[in-house]
Design a protein around this ligand. Structure first.
Ligand code: ADP
Ligand code: MG
Length: 707
């Protein structure tokens, strides 16, 4: 059917293009164009790429008599009557009765009084309604349905066929959009350029672009719809993966990297330094990193390992390789507490080297200016081999003599974003980004798709899984009694105070009050410590020192302890108002315990008033596995909440669903990376349209395509 119209209009399409202003599309005009603008539809291309949310088969409707609670259904019937009913809590409920010959049901709306008059005027008209069916008191109902009046003669695009249902905006109707899109398809689809390379299309059996665009809107069959969707999803993900492949390649430009050699006797030296045997996973990951460092291109690697999996040892190994090759290494942490702890841990381990000494320096904000100057001088003259600090380390006028490796702890995209800044300074060190927030596969393939990934998927031996309990606020006293038992046995504990989002000041006050309460009311015989973001660095250091030394039994803290803090004797954590925290954050917090060989506990206190918070409590109580938690987190929050989403270009995905479409995502990735391998500039004449589209869409990713 589409081919016919295609022929008809082919004589008039000469001056047109997909970039034509949408108001000039058949049957649109300035007024409708204005409304479409609210949906970011400005050109004919935008209109054609405004994909349906779903399709409705209007050749077969569900029968009201056989509707079942819980299913989603489209019904078709006659409007009988409408009425408003007051509910408890003074809400107004509009009920509209619809009859389809097999039975009568209600469509309902909350607090939209005007619906009554609207539907009374439509009495006797026929309506199509879609939504989730629920068992009401007198039969089935659909609350807040999507609906349209139905008239076969007036609107053949909306009746007697499989009909697309579009995202709308105020003042816009399904029938208008259908008509506008159908018109645009007929006239403009012949102008759509095929951008997918022919060999890729053949290999994967992908529909051509014209058929795909027609069938995604007005499918000839379910199979054609599936094929159209697959093709368009593939195209979107293929472009994204090309962008990532190009960016990766841009960062890897030969000549920018250092070819580190494996130092002689490296594994012996590592054994000397580390107080434990490496796990198999640690060994494997160190090998991957060493191989990557050995290549003459810049390393851009993401090291993932659940909390407590031993990433510090891996970082140390990488730094030793750099140092033994005559380079300096920098280790950057997100907080001073963490930088300090890395400094303590790493100097302690490196002391085992004796005369083979490697000098380590900590650059922190609280250093007096004279001392600070001294450290900066040492870094500049290369006396410092390993420099540890916060991100300020490579940001504020610190010059390295010979920086070969940068390790970024617990800051996902930071390393990548920092690459540009480093290159501007003429530096091109290898970069290793470490994260304890396991990243679901969907995201390693997209947001992090330009990085190589190493995963530590094994915990050091002897770890007992943390026992996690969810308790109601009324049980708080009992929780603290249990805590006492553990402390009497010599253990230490964290109490995490409720999250106050408004300000750091209020957060600090909440922590202070909680600490006072525990000290005076619950544990007068113990020493309670306090740690929050408003304290001076020195004060924080003192508290952490005392806690590590076991002089403080209970540390009341805000989320400043979220990442990295490592005190193995602390085996218990109480999280107050736990439902204020997200899953990833709870998992990170809990990761502060379970770091030694003692059984550890985590108690989350909250009511769990919403379904969402209950779900989080259940997930936390049922698993210690960071990957499972990350997947759940992603499901609960949606990918938009993960930062870095914009830079990754994921905001531009219109049809692909990165959860559902993982298989296509993997295919697209394989094909895209292979293509860039073969033709790094996409210079082949047959790729001209592809290249143009890519540049248009992913300009913001600063592709390294030579133009
Ligand atoms: P994370 O991956 O969370 O940064 P850390 O590097 O802080 O983990 O290590 C967590 C704890 O496990 C530390 O106390 C560390 O000394 C210990 N550890 C790391 N690797 C091993 C190992 N292979 N065997 C035993 N203990 C280990
Ligand atoms: Mg760590």
């Amino acid at each position: 059917m589409a081919t016919q119209t295609q022929k008809q209009s082919s004589s008039t399409i000469m001056a047109r293009s997909l970039d034509t202003d949408v108001q000039f599309a058949r049957g649109v005009g300035p007024r409708l164009a204005g409304t479409l603008g609210k949906l970011d539809i400005f050109t004919v291309r935008d209109l054609i790429y405004h994909f349906p949310r779903r399709h409705e088969d209007r050749t077969r409707f569900a029968r009201i008599a056989s509707l079942r609670h819980g299913e989603s259904a489209t019904i078709f019937g006659t409007i009988l009557t409408a009425d408003n009913v007051k509910t408890r809590g003074s809400l107004v409920l509009t009920k509209v009765a619809v009859d389809d010959g097999t039975g009568v049901m209600e469509l309902t709306w909350f607090n939209q009084k005007f619906r009554k008059d609207q539907f009374l005027k439509l009495k006797g008209r026929r309506i199509v309604a879609y939504g989730a069916v629920a068992a009401g008191r007198w039969g089935v109902e659909i609350a807040s349905p999507e609906w349209e009046l139905y008239s076969e003669d007036a609107d053949p695009l909306s009746s007697g066929r499989v009909v697309p249902v579009y995202p709308l905006t105020e003042g816009l109707f399904q029938s208008q959009v259908r008509k506008a899109i159908k018109g645009a398809l007929d006239t403009y689809v012949p102008l759509a350029q095929e951008i997918l390379p022919e060999d890729v299309r053949n290999r994967l059996d992908l529909m051509d672009i014209g058929d795909a665009l027609r069938n995604i809107h007005f499918p000839e069959s379910q199979a054609a719809l599936d094929a159209a969707r697959k093709r368009l999803v593939f195209e979107e993900l293929f472009l994204l993966q090309l962008a990532l492949a190009l960016r990766k390649r841009g960062m890897e430009m030969p000549g920018c990297g250092i070819s580190f050699q494996m130092p002689e006797g490296f594994s012996d030296e590592l054994k000397m330094v580390l107080p434990f045997e490496l796990t198999g996973a640690q060994k494997r990951v160190i090998k991957e990193i060493a191989a990557d460092m050995g290549r003459p291109t810049c390393m851009n690697r993401l090291l993932q390992g659940d909390v407590g999996s031993g990433k510090t040892a891996v970082a140390l190994a990488a730094m030793l390789i750099a140092v033994r090759n005559g380079y300096q290494a920098a280790l950057m942490a997100p907080t001073e507490i963490l930088a300090e702890q890395h400094y303590l841990g790493i100097t302690r381990m490196l002391e085992n080297l004796g005369v083979l000494e490697v000098s380590v320096d900590l650059l922190k904000g609280s250093l007096r200016s004279k001392q600070r100057q001294l450290v900066i001088e040492r870094i500049k003259s290369s006396q410092t081999k390993i420099a540890i600090g916060t991100h300020a380390l490579i940001q504020e006028g610190v010059d390295f003599h010979k920086l070969g490796l940068v390790i970024v702890d617990e800051q996902h995209r930071f390393g990548v974003l920092q690459r540009a800044a480093l290159m501007e300074k003429g530096l091109s060190p290898d970069i290793l980004v470490m994260t304890a927030t396991p990243i679901p596969r969907t995201l390693t393939l997209t947001i992090y798709g330009d990085l190589d990934v190493s995963i530590i998927d094994e915990l050091p031996p002897g770890r007992k899984s943390i026992r996690t309990h969810w308790k109601q606020t009324g049980e708080r006293k009992k929780v603290y009694q249990a805590l006492r038992t553990l402390i009497d046995q010599g253990r230490q504990a964290y109490v995490v105070c409720p999250l106050v989002e408004e300000s750091d000041k209020l957060q600090a006050r909440a922590a202070t009050e909680l600490a006072e309460f525990l000290q005076t009311q619950m544990f007068p015989d113990y020493r309670i410590g306090l740690l929050h973001g408003q304290m001076k660095t020195d004060e924080k250091d003192d508290v952490m020192k005392a806690f590590r030394a076991g002089e403080i039994q209970i540390l009341v803290a805000t989320t400043v302890i979220e990442v990295g803090v490592d005190v193995p004797n602390a085996t218990c954590m109480v999280i107050e108002d736990a439902d204020r925290f997200g899953l990833a954050q709870l998992h990170q917090l809990r990761g502060r315990v379970g770091r030694g060989d003692q059984q550890s506990f985590c108690v989350m206190i909250c009511e769990g008033n919403s379904e969402d918070s209950m779900r989080r409590m259940q997930v936390m109580s049922s698993t210690n596995d960071g990957f499972t938690i990350a997947e759940e987190d992603l499901k609960l929050r949606g990918p938009g909440e993960f930062y870095g989403t914009r830079q990754s270009g994921m905001a531009g995905l219109k049809i692909a669903d990165i959860f559902r479409d993982i298989p296509i995502l993997e295919l697209a990735r394989k094909e895209a990376f292979a293509l860039i391998e073969r033709d790094p500039d996409l210079g082949h004449p047959s790729l001209k349209a592809l290249r143009a589209d890519l540049l248009k869409k992913y300009d913001e990713l600063q592709l390294a395509v030579v133009s």
